[in-house]
Design a protein around this ligand. Structure first.
Ligand SMILES: O=C(O)CCC(=O)C(=O)O
Ligand SMILES: [Fe+2]
Length: 320
């Protein structure tokens, strides 16, 4: 078995393909998720103009004065909406915070009653009207792409194709726009200070815009770091811990990180926009019976997605 298997797949082969192409897509994504936990996806439904404008409004937000950005910071929401300043979030097993600031947008519930405690409003950036519109549109389009991918994954797992639909529609997904800021004085950095420390994602799957810039690395089976680079506007998809739990480790939530740039590029910014696809809090993450056997005994106690998320947000320092 290869050390890494990160195929480039065409989502149109699943959404509009022949029976044979759909079957091939399902097997390819399943095998890659079983081996390395990562794929890159072309034809994901976000057109180039939308991605271009996203790359205008996101830097424009982070270029606002610190005092303006801080108006949109709400620690009582555990960073789940609005702005989170530099130095707040760290990887689970690290003591040094990541070298980043970010913005998070959450679900806009449609057609169901809900509590504002569970789904607080997304703050509106009054200085940049297009920032709100574009991030809302990107949220929607990445959610749609994610739902299609979950259909393929459900098929691979021999579940009904729509197994995840009722669990993720109106779920707790988060769009995160990240600014890895310029490192002005590399000599003053703590030795373990990095853009994003080694971690696994919490959610079901992550859809990442921005991995065409250098820095993202995935850990191989023998513990080496392997750089991932997406082609053009392709997005990177990876398995998160919730899907790994549900499938009793059949699908792998692989450790990844974002390294600092080489010294000559330290003073440049990097932007990435991951969409963390989360289900509703009540979804059970109990290991699927079909993934438990004598060779693969049940590896995790039963949790709901809500219980699990709460525990993880405390570990990364976002929830007190
Ligand atoms: O910035 C990247 O390329 C990856 C970010 C990431 O892994 C995360 O935010 O979970
Ligand atoms: Fe991640």
């Amino acid at each position: 078995m290869a050390l890494v298997n990160i195929p480039r797949l065409d989502l149109l082969n699943y959404t509009q393909g022949t029976a044979e192409q759909r079957q091939q897509f399902t097997q390819d994504i399943g095998k890659a998720f079983n081996e390395t936990g990562f794929v890159t996806i072309a034809n994901h439904g976000l057109d180039q103009a939308l991605i271009e404008e996203l790359y205008q409004v996101v830097p424009a937000f982070f270029n606002l004065p610190a005092a303006t950005k801080e108006k949109y910071e709400f620690p009582e929401l555990a960073g789940q909406r609005g702005y989170t300043t530099k130095g707040r979030e760290k990887a689970k097993d690290s003591t040094t915070p990541d070298l980043k600031e970010f913005w998070q947008r959450g679900q806009t519930i449609v057609g169901e009653t809900y509590s504002k405690t569970d789904f607080p409003d997304n703050p509106t950036v009054t200085e940049l009207p297009r920032f709100n519109e574009i991030t809302a549109e990107v949220y929607q389009k990445l959610e749609n792409a994610g739902r299609q991918l979950l259909k393929a994954i459900a098929t691979y797992l021999e579940l009904e194709e729509d197994y995840f639909e009722s669990k993720v529609i109106n779920g707790n997904s988060i769009l995160r726009a990240i600014h890895y800021f310029p490192i002005e004085n590399p000599d003053a950095l703590a030795p373990d200070a990095v853009r994003a420390g080694a971690h696994e994602d919490i959610n079901l799957i992550t859809l990442l815009i921005g991995a065409s810039a250098d820095g993202l690395e995935v850990m191989t089976k023998d513990g080496e770091w392997f750089p991932i680079k997406a082609n053009g506007d392709d997005i990177v998809i990876n398995v998160g811990d919730m899907l790994q739990r549900l499938t009793n480790n059949k699908l792998k939530s692989t450790t990844h990180r974002v390294v600092n740039p080489p010294r000559e590029l330290m003073k440049t910014s990097r932007y990435s926009i991951p969409f963390f696809l989360h289900p509703k809090s009540e979804m059970s993450l109990a290991c699927l019976d079909s993934c438990i056997s004598e060779a693969y005994p049940k590896a995790y106690p039963d949790y709901t997605a809500g219980q699990y998320l709460d525990e993880r947000l405390r570990e990364i320092g976002l929830k007190m």
